[in-house]
Design a protein around this ligand. Sequence first.
Ligand code: ADP
Length: 155
Amino acid sequence: MEQTLIIFKPSAIERSLVGRILSRFEQKGLIITGMKMMKLSEEILRRHYAHLVDKPFFPSIIASMTASPVIVMCLKGVDAINVVRSMTGSTNGRNAAPGTIRGDFSMSGQENIIHASSSQADAEIEIKRFFLDDEIFDRLPYSTPFYYEDAEIQL
Ligand code: ADP
């Protein structure tokens, strides 16, 4: 199974959307393996959004992501990275499909509720960026055979 990193951005925290969004992940069958609240520094955001540091809107991203604490979360499942990305929807909430998290909760290109890792390579780096090894509980709940066929659990 894969693990992927989610950040509940200040737009989720301050609008009290965490429970509703987390419920979507739980009801889908994703397994929580790590979760904590933290305040993000500019330094960690410069690494996390390194592909955007030269954009004119980068200072606005820093202000947005440091406006309140965030909740970082690690979710596990078969093909979890793609599953969570498709549940998240496209970057701009106005273009995101209805039924996705951004499509249902965001009207903005910036204030778009959550971050979700976009590839396996990114997920591995991002989990290490936000969690210490002993903060990840790589577990399988007893209910797993009721979410997956036996062969899928090995994936
Ligand atoms: P995603 O979060 O969908 O993976 P990106 O990695 O391209 O998208 O962008 C990271 C974050 O930067 C976005 O989620 C959004 O909060 C912000 N962002 C991206 N593009 C813009 C933009 N044009 N204006 C303002 N904020 C943006």
